[in-house]
Design a protein around this ligand. Structure first.
Ligand code: SIN
Length: 292
């Protein structure tokens, strides 16, 4: 027998270990760098992401180009981006670095990525390049489970409502203003990102499941309500997202990859590890329209 061992990724099946009853799964024995966008494994990954909403992969070795290719399995990596610094030589990779004296991003707040955009990303590939010895976990929560848990009368009420999502409402203005010459950058970012309106209840285009689409980082107010009534209703909904029942908490290791469905989830990066260093590479991906 030849010593050559060729792995045919078109003939394998995913080894899936559900992580909690409501959200998340580990995928074992897979080398993401070897999965092509048209392989059978790619369509299994699509199905797993729709079902589990966030997927975890340990011990991946990805170059920045390979991380972009992983994102391409799920969507177009050249859609909506945030304002994190980009990786030199691979512009589609955002660098989220925490280090002593560095900027503190507002990722330690529940959010769905970039909902201040009319067309937010449909998902994200986050790759741990450097992790603290302790802490720096990320949590995800399921917006479909939150919807399922709402009293029917509240669901009916929310169906009629729309919410304003705004760049201004988030931590990004602080990020710009903390930089030298930041005022100009801030004014430009504000002009490029006028507030947008999204329905409070959306239908996931892949699963057909309803989900609650408001998040504390970017949702400013519910249209047609007084500020007080809007704050009270948003506070009630945000409370559901905080229920541990709908959450998965990942303890990162170096070379762990998390891929999440950015339509069906929110996430929160725990900021308990300062002053240790934490370095993540992020590639968001999207479609022409995140929702039908
Ligand atoms: C993010 O909010 O996209 C980053 C989350 C993290 O750094 O864990």
């Amino acid at each position: 027998m030849s010593g050559l061992h060729i792995v045919d990724t078109t003939a394998l099946s995913l080894e899936i270990e559900p992580y909690t009853p409501n959200i998340g799964a580990f995928i074992h024995d897979i080398d993401l760098a070897r999965v092509g966008p048209h392989d059978a494994l790619a369509s299994e990954l699509h199905a797993a992401l729709a079902q589990y909403q966030v997927l975890f992969f340990r011990d991946q070795r990805l170059t920045p180009e390979q991380q972009v290719s992983v994102a391409r399995i799920f969507g177009d990596p050249d859609k909506a981006k945030a304002f994190f610094p980009r990786l030199a030589g691979q512009d589609l990779v955002e660098v989220i670095e925490s280090k002593p004296g560095g900027h503190r991003y507002g990722t330690d707040q529940w959010h769905t990525d970039i909902t201040f955009s009319a067309n937010p990303p449909t998902g994200t590939v986050l790759y741990a390049r450097e992790v603290p010895a302790l802490g720096g976990d990320t949590l995800w929560t399921s917006a479909t489970r939150v919807y399922d848990a709402l009293p029917p009368a509240l669901r009916d009420h929310l169906e009629e409502l729309q919410a304003v999502h705004s760049f201004e409402h988030s931590g990004w203005p602080r990020f710009f203003l903390a930089q030298r010459g930041g005022e100009t950058l801030y004014r430009q970012a504000r002009a490029d990102n006028l507030p947008v309106v999204h329905p409070v209840i959306r239908v996931h285009p892949v699963t057909g499941r309803k989900l609650v689409y408001v998040n504390p980082n970017f949702t400013d107010r519910i249209l047609g309500l007084t500020r007080a009534a809007s704050d009270a209703l948003l506070g009630l909904l945000f409370g559901y997202f905080q229920r541990p029942d709908f959450q998965a908490r990942l303890r990162w290791e170096k070379d762990t990859v998390a891929i999440w469905d950015n339509r069906a989830t929110q996430h929160y990066a725990v900021n308990d590890f300062q002053p240790a260093r934490r370095l993540m590479h992020r590639v968001t991906f999207g479609e022409d329209r995140a929702f039908a």
